[in-house]
Design a protein around this ligand. Sequence first.
Ligand code: SAH
Ligand code: MG
Length: 214
Amino acid sequence: MVKVINNPLDQYIADLFAPEDEVLRWIQSEADRNDLPPISILPDEGRMLQLLIKAIGARSIVEIGVLGGYSGVWMARALPADGKFYALEKLSKHAQMARNSFERAGLGWCLTMIEGDALDSLQRLTEQGLGPFDFVFIDADKVNYTRYLTWAGDNLRTGGMMAAHNALRGGRIMAPDTVEDRAMAEFNRALAADARFDSTILAVGDGMAVGIRK
Ligand code: SAH
Ligand code: MG
């Protein structure tokens, strides 16, 4: 199945600013071949994440929910030569494919893959004293987004950034329909009320909630 971009505005932005190279196209076809769900970010969202990472001069990134590594490769490409990418993924099938994607992209040098439930992995990251971190991208189970936000508030440096995917839930965020929709609405409210962050939602793709750690 070829990934279709439903929103013509996303297509317009992607065509101009976010053309996929051979590696990104390979990741999507390989994900498809391995029956991974077609739920990665879009090219224009990947480009936006790169710009945000560069804008704050991020040298370390924590991704919660990696799938086949598509968003990870977009983001890791914005890191400097001594950058670090911590990839948190529950399913070993996904983690293995993401490792392959980073290798294929020539990005194996920055990758630390941490398999298991993200809440456990985040606690380990804190305990290992690897933080504070510069950039946290949340894109895993929606019901835990608010917990991931709490961790980001505790573990981002001042001026660091949190970005959370699917903030608009295909438009359903204003009339939540599922447990996940409701969890996302709760997350957006929590972020808006969180005094530790300056925040908003960037309405590109499926909506990127972003917050700068004060
Ligand atoms: N960021 C990816 C898409 C992630 S899809 C991209 O844009 O390319 C969501 C991923 O989160 C899936 O791979 C799923 O296995 C993982 N996930 C779901 N719940 C999780 C949890 N509790 N801990 C870690 N990973 C989880
Ligand atoms: Mg997502």
